[in-house]
Design a protein around this ligand. Structure first.
Ligand SMILES: [Zn+2]
Length: 73
């Protein structure tokens, strides 16, 4: 039982790490072919299935994405 609780706590920690990592970097929209900072307000309205993650600005540009006019990544 104690082991189970430890695993639960570890799971919560890992999940919050994953959330933090997901908020670092750049996010492209498959539909509009634009990319944004991960915290751009436009992303909240975007369909999650159009979401593409980029680790750098260069990676997004070389994939053919253009910078968002609102967050100017
Ligand atoms: Zn944006």
């Amino acid at each position: 039982m104690r082991k189970f609780i430890v695993f639960m706590i570890l799971g919560v920690i890992m999940a919050s790490f994953a959330t933090v990592l997901a908020n670092i970097g750049y996010v492209g929209n498959l539909n509009s072919r634009k990319f944004h900072y991960a915290d751009c307000s436009t992303l909240k309205k975007m369909n999650p299935k159009n979401r593409v993650n980029f680790s750098s600005r260069e990676a997004a540009i070389s994939a053919g994405y253009v910078p968002c006019k609102r967050c100017k990544p």
